[in-house]
Write a protein that binds this ligand. Structure first.
Ligand code: XIL
Length: 452
């Protein structure tokens, strides 16, 4: 972390209250939503949707404005569609599908064969019966939605975590053996040959034993002509399970097997700059892989996230856009970044930043000030902020920035330190200083922030 930097200067200036100033504001280009920006990159950008929230106007309007793909969060799962054997209930999923169709959004079918959210009647079946129940379930559900689904998660989460590379214990694996995977995909192809058929899993986002096992399965399917078109990477991240450094390489190795890849359930716990940067990196990884055809976030608002306490999504509980939203949009080349920054640069010239000042502590003859610098809707590579002090105040020390003084000695111009100039879109950093009052208790005037 930073070393305090010493500076002692004289000042003359009128003092203003703390303020927030926007410099270099720009009008958004056409691609000012996640969906339209992704479309500009020949991708979709989707969200998991719950039917019971569609009646909430802010939920629906955010969905309709920002996203062009949906995945029913629970409504197409086995327990929702066939809770009782051979009695199919499609009402809630139908609601989502018709909502999506009305707006030309793609629908990902999630999911046909999964050990979880599986009714107990299925787990109780013996092998032969289980096989026919599985094939019947796939057939009935896919038939109902035939022509309306761009891709199905045919099998979800079949492999174990950890180093074994083995199939997870489930009624399917335990009673039917590994052949259930192939059978599920073959059955699915027979029902709706126009739907893409995907395998979907978590903890397969980087190269590891589990993703190696999935990789081997896909390779085997491809070599034997078992139908598979895509692999979904759930991408549920938090501090215990961060975005892997080989994320892009892992997506690429699957794509190289001849399948499309998608980010299917993206959520990243955290907040502020760290979360924004993680989202940005995930989007950039997908864009860098030609066969990565789209991304889906696992919910719209933190309020309804399945991991709500980790605030992992792009919109806060009031549907406000978070820094992670701005970073995602910018990484997609949206909001006037002129087609994307290509990884850190800002060729579109849309760099902007805002600043705010807080007097964080006071004592008899001194105070500390903190200035938060926030990047606008494009990533920035550097920033500069001015502060004008009233004499005889002096700055005793400065941290997380580099100071220069004008000839009058009143105006301190602070530029980024070597480590905090580059900010993702919407991301923030701060610098601080200690001032000596010398009998004057004024607060310095905060000038505009300029970004490069
Ligand atoms: C989750 C839903 O978000 C929750 O509402 C539900 O209670 C449990 O399932 N992997 C998947 C998703 O494939 O279906 C899961 O969704 C999250 C993990």
């Amino acid at each position: 972390m930073p070393m305090p930097r010493r500076a002692a200067q004289a000042f003359t200036a009128v003092l203003l209250a703390a303020s927030t100033v926007t410099a270099l504001s720009h009008t958004a280009a056409a691609a000012d939503t996640l969906g339209s920006a992704a479309a500009g990159k020949a991708r979709y950008f989707g969200a998991a949707v719950a039917a019971n929230h569609l009646g909430e106007s802010a939920y629906a309007s955010t969905l309709d404005r920002e996203f062009n793909q949906v995945t029913p969060e629970n409504e197409m799962k086995w327990d929702a569609t066939e809770g009782t054997r051979n009695t199919f209930t499609f009402g809630a999923a139908d609601q989502i599908v018709s909502h999506a169709q009305g707006l030309n959004m793609k629908v990902r079918g999630h999911t046909l064969v999964w050990h979880s959210q599986l009714p107990s009647w299925v787990s109780g079946l013996a092998a032969t019966d289980l096989r026919s129940a599985m094939n019947n379930h796939i057939t009935q559900v896919m038939q109902h939605y035939k022509g309306k689904i761009y891709a199905w998660d045919v099998v979800n989460e079949a492999y174990q975590d950890g180093s074994s590379g083995a199939l997870r214990s489930s009624p399917f694996a335990d009673k039917l053996g590994s052949g259930f995977l192939e059978e599920a995909f073959r059955t699915a192809r027979g029902v709706d040959p126009n739907a893409k058929l995907c395998y979907n899993d978590y903890n397969t986002d980087g190269v590891n034993a589990k993703s190696n096992a999935v990789y081997a399965m896909v390779k085997d399917f491809k070599s034997r002509g078992v139908p598979i078109d895509c692999v979904g990477f759930q991408s549920h991240f938090n501090s215990a399970s961060p975005v892997p450094s080989d994320y892009q390489a892992n997506l690429q190795r699957f794509a190289d097997l001849g399948v499309d890849v998608q980010i299917t359930e993206l959520d990243i716990e955290g907040s502020g700059t760290a979360q924004a940067n993680n989202y940005s990196n995930v989007v950039k990884a997908c864009l860098a892989v030609t066969r990565c055809t789209g991304l889906t976030v696992w919910g719209i608002t933190d309020k309804y996230s399945w991991r709500s306490s980790g605030t992992p999504l792009l919109f806060d509980s009031n549907y406000g856009k978070k820094p992670a939203y701005d970073a995602t949009l910018a990484a997609l080349g949206g909001s006037g970044t002129g087609g994307g920054d290509g990884g850190g640069g800002n060729p579109g010239g849309n760099a902007s930043c805002t600043v705010s000042f807080t007097r964080t502590s006071d004592w008899n003859d001194g105070y500390n000030g903190e200035v938060v610098v926030k990047a606008g809707s494009a990533p920035i590579n550097g920033w500069t902020v001015t502060l004008t002090f009233t004499p005889p105040q002096k700055v005793a020390s400065l941290w997380n920035g580099t100071a220069a003084w004008d000839s009058s000695g009143n105006v301190m111009t602070v530029r980024a330190a070597s480590y905090n100039g580059s900010l993702a879109a919407g991301a923030s950093t701060s610098f601080g200083f200690t001032a000596v009052k010398n009998g004057n208790n004024s607060t310095p005037a905060l000038g505009a922030c300029t970004a490069s």
